[in-house]
Design a binder for this molecule. Structure first.
Ligand code: UD1
Ligand code: MG
Length: 482
């Protein structure tokens, strides 16, 4: 439970983000399996605000639809024209009924690295110091473009925020910048916003002007300095998007490693925020773990593997493979070069081997599909072996059908199981068979043409050829020689 629960968090996300050069609105771009605004919402939720309002404008239908999906209780306020951050917050307050009693926290929708912890600290400072406004600041190596924090030389108190475009040379030398994140007293905020003017270089209502207005009216203005300036970085282009992804990925992997996961090469390992791990899981280089993927204790994944929404059981091994929506049982083995598709469930110690594709297939304990096969829409029992190069023929051109194979079966290489078909427990099938009829338990099914040898055919039809000479040499050898 958050100690300083704000009345509302306002997320500013009406801007267009032109520098992304994208058909997708900026705040909907993804890093580590979540949209930029999704990350901001997740951090904001840690404050447990009574209301969470997102200000939308540019591509607002698309943004609102996304919000409804990721956080259905979020409210939206529409800002028709982007007339500045102050105007945007006014629109949010209107959505909340004009003014709010209690703390209002304002964040930007394009700062995905901001943590709930930093927001808690800001809210804590705001409450403890009894401020009218507290701004989250940071010292940055390059302050270009940011609003600068102007402090009183004697007391060190924040006196104003000056936008880069409106700053003097002396002010531009300041390294402490406005992160765009604030905690406000809700009533004083509404009041001050009514007094914000637009006589600045951009002709906009600057939210930052509220600080000076409140200070001049004799209210307390404070600042909370972020420990890590990278946390407050706003994303404006795809270079910054990649940098933020890298930082967040490092953060996620570091957390996993400290919890006992071996990540052989963090630089080539990519994870989503929703991925979970157990102790002693090992991740080899070139691996992407996405969505609701879970790695259980002691399993080993990679190299060069992509798992989406896949659960890997304890002690299982997945090598050079791709898997989507599958479940790999404990001590099971996948790959190298396997493709598991949705609905695949490998039991304890089961195997999907080299160049094997599976879809909607239940593979029982100890059952092996070792080589070059497609298993679609099938149920296979325990300790069965499927011969190399087999295909579960599940599609008749119109509908998909199911194949059932029992336990302890031995099917031959190069079999076609034409669904719907059932192979009983303990049955065998001959190599090269096209199985179209059910096979009773314990029987051998042979479904292929009989072999015919036409003797002397090469000598008659290909006289003088290398093949004919080789055959002739064999016939001239004395008895007993081989
Ligand atoms: C703003 C701050 C600046 C700070 C910087 C931090 C102001 C006037 N300036 O500048 O001090 O250092 O953020 O990144 O506040 N937005 C709206 N409606 C608008 C305008 C903006 O919703 O009318 C949203 C944008 O979508 C964005 C956020 O507000 O998420 C910040 O706007 P942006 O235009 O990026 O402001 P900056 O110029 O970067
Ligand atoms: Mg910005």
């Amino acid at each position: 439970m958050s100690a300083n629960r704000p009345a509302a968090v306002v997320v500013l996300a009406a801007g267009e983000g032109t520098r992304m050069k994208s058909a997708t609105p900026k705040v909907l771009h993804d890093i580590c399996g979540r949209s930029l605004v999704g990350h901001v919402l997740a951090a904001s939720r840690e404050l447990e605000p009574q209301d969470l309002v997102v200000v939308v404008g540019h591509a607002r239908e698309q943004v609102a639809a996304h919000l409804a999906e990721v956080d259905p209780t979020v409210r939206t306020a529409v800002q028709e024209k982007q007339k500045g951050t102050g105007h945007a917050v006014r629109m949010a307050l209107e959505e909340l009924g004009g003014a709010v009693d209690g703390t209002v926290v304002v964040v930007c929708g394009d700062t995905p690295l901001l943590t709930g912890e930093t927001l808690q600290r800001l809210a804590g400072t705001h409450a403890a110091d009894g401020n009218a406004v507290t701004v989250l600041t940071a010292e940055v190596p390059d302050a270009t473009g940011y609003g600068r924090i102007v402090r009183d030389e004697a007391s060190g108190a924040v006196t104003a925020i000056v936008e880069h475009k409106d700053a003097t040379d002396a002010q531009r030398a300041i390294r402490e910048i406005n992160s765009g994140v604030f905690a406000f007293d809700g009533r004083l905020l509404a009041d001050a916003l009514g007094k914000v003017r637009t006589d600045n270089s951009q002709g906009e209502e600057y939210l930052t002007d509220v600080l000076g207005i409140l200070r001049e009216a004799g209210h307390r203005v404070g600042a909370s300095v972020a420990g890590d300036h990278r946390e407050i970085a706003g994303i404006n282009n795809r270079v910054q998007l990649a940098e933020a992804r890298r930082i967040l990925n490092d953060r996620l992997l570091e957390r996993a490693m400290l919890a006992g996961v071996t990540v052989v090469d963090p630089a080539s390992t990519w994870v989503d925020v929703t991925v979970t791990f157990e102790q002693d899981a090992v991740v080899h280089p070139g691996t992407q773990l996405l969505g609701a993927t879970h790695l259980a204790e002691g399993c080993e994944v990679g190299p060069n593997t992509r798992l989406t929404d896949t659960r890997v059981g304890a002690g299982a091994r997945v090598d050079n493979s791709v898997s989507v929506g599958a479940e790999v049982g404990p001590q099971a083995s996948v790959g190298p070069y396997a493709y598991l598709r949705p609905g695949t469930r490998l039991g304890l110690k089961a195997k999907a081997g080299t160049y094997v594709e599976m879809k909607n297939a239940r593979i029982g304990e100890g059952t092996k599909v070792p080589h070059l096969s497609y298993v679609g829409d099938a149920t296979i029992g325990e300790y069965t072996n499927i011969g190399a190069a087999s295909v579960f023929v599940n599609y008749d051109g119109q509908d998909k059908h199911h194949t059932t194979v029992g336990s302890h079966c031995r099917t031959g290489s190069d079999n076609m199981f034409v669904a719907p078909v059932t192979i009983g427990d303990g049955a065998y099938t001959a190599a090269g068979s096209v199985i179209t009829k059910d096979v009773p338990a314990g029987s051998l099914a042979v479904a292929r043409g009989q072999q015919r040898n036409i003797e002397g055919w090469v000598a008659r039809k290909r006289p003088g050829s290398a093949a004919a000479k080789a055959a002739e040499a064999v016939s001239r050898k004395p008895e007993g020689e081989s």
